[in-house]
Design a protein around this ligand. Sequence first.
Ligand SMILES: O=C(O)c1cccc(C(=O)CC[C@H]2O[C@@H](n3cnc4c(=O)[nH]cnc43)[C@H](O)[C@@H]2O)c1
Length: 242
Amino acid sequence: MLALIAATSFETRLLRTRLQKSDPLPGRFPLFHGQLDGQEILLTHSGVGKANAAACTAILLSHRKPRALLNLGCAGAYPDCGLRIGDLALADGDILADEGSDSPAGFLGMEELGLPLLRRPEGDLFNRMPTDPELFRNAESLLRAWASEQDIGFATGPFASVSTCTGTDQQGRQRQQGGAICENMEGAAIALTAARFGCPLLELRGISNLAARRDPDQWDIPAACRNAERAILHLLRHWPRS
Ligand SMILES: O=C(O)c1cccc(C(=O)CC[C@H]2O[C@@H](n3cnc4c(=O)[nH]cnc43)[C@H](O)[C@@H]2O)c1
């Protein structure tokens, strides 16, 4: 079984047309189940933000044992990453961009503070949370070809998870200096929790807006969500059968 997690119901509209509603998970997280392209699927909505995302992932993985977790949804692209609205981004990691301390010398991350967020034999996790390298490699080659056929832009790189969406051009330029290509509000919390449970994670998002001056007239959340969902369906068609 594979599990899908998105923040909101508008990010899973297409997928849910082919799934049935189940009893909710503890904590009032909705649950859907069914088959998508021959794969047994569970789908849940965490709600927006890192607190919801971590709680939902922990409860899902405490009650179900999926082979992998796929995080999908929409995201804001940083100005110099080359992504446009409707394009797709695949994460090779997700950075908790707000966790740390401000100082007269600038932002100090968790490593500089000497505070790991997770201690593991394979290496402590500070701000940058991993996605699964093998899932990432397979998805990258499948999606690069598919996106090109569909005339959809595609990029890979680290994502940033933030508590506050970018609202000015200056903030977008400043945030991209952390190395991320786009920002969201859940991915790194899902990745940290998946790492705690040893569940392989993939994160794929459609670009709904630029992480720049707030201008909702320019956003296209439906196009971003639809392309991310179509890309997930493409991955599921090629996913190894268990
Ligand atoms: O500000 C509003 O009025 C508003 C109304 C509907 C949706 C939003 C969102 O910002 C969506 C947040 C949701 O989508 C992800 N997301 C999408 N774009 C961004 C972004 O530029 N920065 C951070 N997160 C973004 C995020 O993961 C949330 O789940 C706002």
